[in-house]
Design a protein around this ligand. Structure first.
Ligand SMILES: C[S@@+](CC[C@H](N)C(=O)[O-])C[C@H]1O[C@@H](n2cnc3c(N)ncnc32)[C@H](O)[C@@H]1O
Length: 205
């Protein structure tokens, strides 16, 4: 078993998180502080719920987390954390957007740790991951407040630079983040966009 797996897996267990992936968000948050107390966070691909729990603890009791996944997710509430709402939808469904807009007037942060089912073909996995990330960008345009942040996972590959170019006009700052808890051999990275600026004509749908 790999050393990193042992370390982060055991740490998640000790910290009472259902998945080690929580540290991929925690590390970025500790460095860039894009989740702020009392705000609303949309967590796409939230199952089994570590990112939603962590975001809830950062947001505090006045904040709201909305987690979405293909799979049903159940979480025990965290003391002192934000309200967590868990929805079971495919992010490609239009009904998801309507269901969200009926209840919440937008978000200050959009997170996505979504990954496609891997096929063993690097190229196909890269393309499916980009398709998910582009859907996240579409949802971001509809649901993120001006000035807000996006933190989205992508499997790197030949078309990754094109994706970052699509993000750049939408945000004041765009960074590619590879957290220490992400396995070195994995091609996953996270694109962090801060300072969403929907007003530029180029960015309107
Ligand atoms: C790596 S897991 C997320 C782990 C989560 N961030 C945590 O820390 O607990 C990726 C999730 O993305 C979800 N996912 C993949 N494609 C999706 C889609 N089209 N719609 C909704 N969820 C999707 C999967 O069901 C899976 O639960």
């Amino acid at each position: 078993m790999r050393k990193e797996k042992d370390y982060y897996f055991a740490k998640a267990k000790k910290d009472k998180y259902p998945a080690r992936s929580v540290y991929k968000l925690e590390e970025a948050q500790e460095k860039y502080r894009f989740i702020r107390k009392g705000k609303r966070v949309l967590d796409l691909g939230c199952h089994p719920g570590s990112w939603s729990l962590y975001a809830s603890s950062v947001l505090g009791p006045k904040g709201i987390v909305v987690g979405v996944d293909l799979q049903e997710t159940e979480l025990a509430g965290q003391k002192g954390g934000a309200e967590i709402n868990l929805l079971c939808y495919d992010v490609y469904s239009d009904e998801l957007v309507r269901a969200i807009q009926r209840r919440w007037p937008g978000f200050h942060v959009v997170l996505s740790d979504m990954a496609p089912r891997t096929t063993g073909s690097r190229y196909a996995d890269h393309q499916q991951s980009l398709r998910l990330a582009r859907r996240v960008l579409e949802l971001t345009r509809t649901l993120l407040h001006p000035g807000g942040s996006l933190y989205v996972k992508v499997f790197q590959g030949e078309d990754f630079p094109e994706f970052t170019s699509e993000c750049k006009p939408l945000f004041e700052h765009v960074k590619v983040v590879k957290p220490a808890s992400s396995r070195r051999e994995s091609r996953e990275v996270f694109v962090l966009g801060r300072g969403y600026r929907p007003s530029s004509k180029k960015n309107r749908k």
